[in-house]
Every structure is written in C-alpha cells, then in structure tokens.
Design a protein around this ligand. Structure first.
Ligand SMILES: [Zn+2]
Ligand SMILES: [Zn+2]
Length: 291
C-alpha cells in the first residue's frame, strides 16, 4: 500500500453515474482511501438503462449495465474516471427465505484502460405483498421498516409484467399516500389487489445505502493497492482455487485452498494460501466422508 498522496488518483476527480444519491455512500471511502473527489454526473438519466420497477427492462449482465452507466456519466461530465453501481434482489444463495441484495460497483479509468469491480452479497429488506386491505399490509410494513424505507405500489398481477400505462407509485413514505395509491391500483387490477414492494432505490432504502457504503470501501481499498509489477491501481483477488483437503481422508473438497491475486492491467498473478490459515475442512464438508 502506498501513501495516499503518492497514489496516482490522489487529488483526482471521478464522476458517479447515479440519480439516487449514491454519492452519500461512496464519496467518503473514495476520499479517505484514495483522495478522489467524487461527484454525481449532473442531469444523468440512468433509467434509460432500465429501472427497478420493471417499466424498462435491463439488457445485459449487471457488469455490462454498470459499465454503460459509468461511461454515460463520464461522457456527460467529460471525466476519464467513472463509477457506477448495479443491484439485484432475490433469495439469498446460502440462506433460503432470507432476501439478499447483489451489489456490484464498477470503476472505469479510460486513461489506463482499467475496469475494476467489487461485489457484495448482503441481507436486505427486499419483499413484496399483494393485498386488498391496509390491515393485511401492516405486518409487512413493520417488517420492511416503513416509513424510513419507502415502498412502490402497482396493480396486483400474478407473475406477469406490468401492462403499458399501468399506474406506478414510487417512493411512498406516507401512510395516506400509500392508501390512496393502493386504492387506485386495486381498481385497475384484474384481481382487485395492489402490489406493495420495497423501493430498492438507494435514497429510498437506508439498508441498501449502508450496503453500498460497505461496497464503496471495499472497492476504494482495492484501488488503493498498486500492482507490484506495473504500478496500476486495483491489484486484488481475481480468482480462487478450490480443493481444500478433508481432515479425515485428505480428499480435495469444494472449499477454497488458494486465492489468486492479479492486476487489471498487466499479466501478473500471485497465488496465496487462505488468509485465515485454514488447512483442512471438517469431514462433514467432504464429498467422500459425508456424501
Ligand atoms: Zn473426507
Ligand atoms: Zn500490473
């Protein structure tokens, strides 16, 4: 790790492509870890790349969308350093019934031709409910942390996309407004229900904003590490090697045995043992001892 003032990004400006106030999560770590001054791209419309509420479908992988978004911000601000994040929400890969957010943050350096990303899987309050009455909705609202966390209301529909021109009420944090939105949506719904879901836009969801701050720190720390061979920022973990042996039979398991660190600019790769020093797994994790 180099001293911050000797880092190539110290004192530089970077642009963040976000309409949803994500600079509140990322500016702090980018300044403290790198000395980068981050600002939001003025007047950017990232909705043209797709929206959470499904009126505009997102095309391509999360990484594709994040990169396109970052480049849009860079073009608007005339800046060769850019940043954008993408999130998706669904069931947790390890814990069934727990909602998870997959957050991706991508940094682009056009001058050095670098694209460096970090990702995070976190617990979220992502949820939805299809309801007819306010009474049915109360436990849901308590669970998701309303009104600090806003909700989106659309007409109830079973497993179908929203029809064109359907009402969509976003960013609701007031009980009266929520009731009115539910009434409008139930009226046009085939099932006479309204679908109430968590508003996952960062400025409407403090839980998500906290996850993004943790991700911002992770990426800023990654960028702070320079490649020992060529000096490019962003030296970090690029791959893992599986096959940690079982403590009973020594057979390789799916557990990680080595971590591979690499540079985003040159071909340098370094393989290191696990950071936690673990040399074997329990037989319960072994495909032979515990098939
Ligand atoms: Zn075994
Ligand atoms: Zn390098």
């Amino acid at each position: 790790m180099v001293a911050k003032r000797d880092h190539p990004y110290h004192g530089r400006r970077a642009v963040l492509a976000s309409m949803h106030g994500k600079e509140a999560a990322f500016s702090g770590p980018f300044m403290s870890e790198l000395g980068i001054e981050l600002s939001a791209a003025p007047g950017i419309d990232t909705d043209q790349l797709g929206t959470f509420c499904g009126e505009i479908e997102r095309v391509g992988s999360m990484l594709d969308v994040a990169e396109r978004k970052a480049r849009l911000g860079m073009a608007i601000a005339g800046c060769d350093l850019g940043l954008a994040s993408e999130g998706s929400f669904g069931p947790h890969p390890q814990m069934p019934f727990v909602p998870a957010g997959r957050e991706l943050l991508t940094f682009i350096d056009d001058e050095r031709r670098l694209r460096i990303s970090e990702a995070l899987i976190t617990e979220t309050n992502y949820a939805y409910a299809r309801v007819e009455t306010m009474l049915e909705l109360e436990p849901f609202l308590a669970r998701i942390g309303f009104p600090k966390h806003a909700v989106v209301v659309t007409p109830g529909r079973e497993g179908r996309a929203l029809s064109e021109g359907a009402p969509v009420f976003k960013g609701l944090q007031d009980l009266g407004a929520l009731k009115r939105a539910m009434a409008v949506c139930a009226k046009v719904s085939d099932e006479a229900t309204a679908c109430v879901e968590t508003d996952m836009r960062a400025h409407m969801n403090p839980t998500r904003m906290a996850s993004l701050a943790a991700l911002g720190l992770k990426l800023a720390q990654r960028l702070a590490a320079l490649c020992p061979a060529c000096g490019a920022p962003g030296f970090g973990r690029v791959d893992v090697v599986r096959g940690l042996p079982c403590s009973a039979c020594d057979a390789p398991t799916e557990w990680v045995i080595d971590e591979v660190f690499g540079c985003a600019s040159c071909a340098l790769r370094e393989t290191k043992g696990r950071e936690d020093g673990l040399s074997h797994t329990e037989p319960s994790q072994c495909p032979w001892c515990n098939p």
